[in-house]
Design a protein around this ligand. Sequence first.
Ligand SMILES: NC(=O)c1ccc[n+]([C@@H]2O[C@H](COP(=O)([O-])OP(=O)(O)OC[C@H]3O[C@@H](n4cnc5c(N)ncnc54)[C@H](O)[C@@H]3O)[C@@H](O)[C@H]2O)c1
Length: 329
Amino acid sequence: MGKERILVTGGAGFLGSHLCDRFLKEGFHVIAMDNLITGDLRNIEHLFKSPAFEFYHHDVSKYVHIPGELKYILHFASPASPIDYLKIPIQTLKVGSLGTHNLLGLARAKKARILVASTSEVYGDPLVHPQVEEYYGNVNPIGPRGVYDEAKRFQEAITMAYHTYHNVETRIIRIFNTYGPRMRLNDGRVLPAFIGQALRGEDLTVFGDGSQTRSFCYVSDQVEGIYRLLMSDYPLPVNIGNPDEITILEFAEEIVKLTGTSQKIIFNPLPKDDPKQRQPNTTKAKSLLGWEAKVSRSEGLKITYEYFKSLPQDVLFQRDHKNFESYIR
Ligand SMILES: NC(=O)c1ccc[n+]([C@@H]2O[C@H](COP(=O)([O-])OP(=O)(O)OC[C@H]3O[C@@H](n4cnc5c(N)ncnc54)[C@H](O)[C@@H]3O)[C@@H](O)[C@H]2O)c1
């Protein structure tokens, strides 16, 4: 019998590429699909030599066709950082809505189980802390982040509808801030932003007074959570993230210490609708999946820093390597 086949959309991105690695290791035939709008083939270059790996350059907001059988679909295609979805808002809405619809249709046709990547952003600027899965969220639909948050909320709604009305086996993961090698240095997220500034010898810019909090999950923990949820029989959303919460100012201080930079921490105005606090309640992940974050921030940061340090100088100084205009319709 041949290997079981899995489709990973967004497979050339940060999380998608780590998922390709993991499922190849688990003995699957992995098909990565990506339009490379925010991803990079360098993330999966090492996989092309494997006969168990295929890559389709395709926009999942258009009709998706995969010949042959599929056991699982992981839908991870979507711009994920504010810098990206502010530049390509329509694509972000389309991939969360039309893209998800296409993949749910594919799952139905192939009788495949599908896991969709949702986000802590469905909670918006949360009024409940830490965030439990039962919390409905506090999202501004017409604010700058609305394109991402509402696309993901729609994604959850249509996924549940396919589960309820078409009996598709669905899983919904709500991912909290995750970091690790293969993140883009210039993607605007706080962790690569600080490390990039330290490496370029620039001051570290904190937005607001730095009292807003975040919780950072190392990528291997996140991948393990995704794997366990996919293999579980639980169709409702599950939070996966590291509950170890830190203020952005304390975090900037940690990065100063880690990198040994002699630069200062400076303060800039807070962007609109920036969430003030972010911490997952992971009780469900623990009780349903036996999952807990294992990698401490200091351990994970050390590995990530080594990765960023190993990047060529031109990548370090590149502000934006993506030509979004060519994708905009
Ligand atoms: N990294 C995090 O902390 C985090 C947190 C919450 C949710 N997520 C979710 O996880 C998923 C992956 O995020 P990431 O951090 O790896 O981001 P990423 O930008 O590195 O990866 C996303 C990938 O999707 C691809 N893509 C985007 N639109 C596409 C389309 N229409 N068709 C085909 N491919 C498309 C991009 O080219 C990219 O390779 C996203 O759905 C994101 O919303 C990530």
